[in-house]
Design a protein around this ligand. Sequence first.
Ligand SMILES: Cc1ncc(COP(=O)(O)O)c(C=O)c1O
Length: 401
Amino acid sequence: MVENTLTIQELEAAYLARYDLGPGYPQVPVADYVQSLYMDDTIEDLSLRFAPFWTPEKQAQVDEDLDLAVRRFLRVHVGVGGPVRHTFSGSIALERVLSAALREARKQHEFERLNVVTTTPCIDIMRLFLEERADVRPVFVRSNRGGVLGALDCDALVDRIANLKRQEPRNPIAVLITSPENPTGGCWSDADLLAVAGACADTHAVLLVDHAFAVAGVHDSTRLCRIWDLEELPCEWVAIWDTGKTFGLNEDKLGFIVCNGSAISHAVDEALAIVQFGVARRQRMFFAELLRRATYYGHVEDLRDVCRANLATAMELAPQLVSAAPQAGSLLLLDLKDLDLGDEDARGRLLDAGVGVVAGNVFFHDDWRPRHLIRVAMARESAYFADGIGRLLQVLGAPGR
Ligand SMILES: Cc1ncc(COP(=O)(O)O)c(C=O)c1O
């Protein structure tokens, strides 16, 4: 039987629901400057040219333009890391980075397995990618600090890293964290990131940070600490970002990787080189121009305003279901505890009635598996979002405002 994964639930919402609040990809009207880029036949023309018109210099220029555009958009200083690597999507970036960490680990003497310390809840592709590899063990640290569901627990993470090294001194470690976290919106502060980097340095672990939601959601993205903002970290690190949570373009998306440290950078390049052959020239040119324009037009702020307005709508229409407003990101957990209804039942009923959501339990990966949460995406056109939440309340029989 196929596991009922996040991806399957998102696809069902996208294909079957009149009100699709499932996938985290934005579904908001596409700005004119993006529409015109889709119509721009210069990119089409250049993407179909071959040598001798297409020279090695032009080939390199496409990558340089993309590197510059993504650095400007994300505010990654030119001095940080080598070139920003690109690949087909965030999932592929994550998968290749895990593969790179494993390549590095296998070089170590008497390697038995790689322990990958990560958080629960988090997106299930992390666990699913790890489980595909026989010589990798996922180790989950609960984000439940002080009994608050979703509260990231830096002390528990740092302790687990140190304990693992003590218990299994020969086995290498990788640490994989997400900020903002999906689905809770929890963020690691600069002090947290420094502490985790310190624990990684002490145990020779590589630090992998998924920043997919760094500029997508209700938060002020200029205040979120990203790993590339911190200077001279003591460990090797890799950061991932993808365009999908920030630009909803019906699966037109790219993934990016920023690496710091010569060994892991080399391993990432080796892992990426396995995937034939590279991202289409058309897409590299398109996204370089898209990111450039989006920086000038303030796309991140527009998306933030939509998410904030929709969060306010959800809190107004369904105050009894919103137990905590997310600190960051574009996803919202609704709490069904008072309705006495499980998440899978609620998802099934909602889907039958044309509302697509995700059942919360897919984000939990150890014995702690709450079943009273559903996830909705806030990056939606506002009237559509309000109608969707209204329908959701009706179907679940939840008291309205
Ligand atoms: C935190 C995080 N990282 C990576 C991904 C995968 O990104 P992509 O859709 O570009 O494959 C997702 C998808 O939801 C995500 O939530």
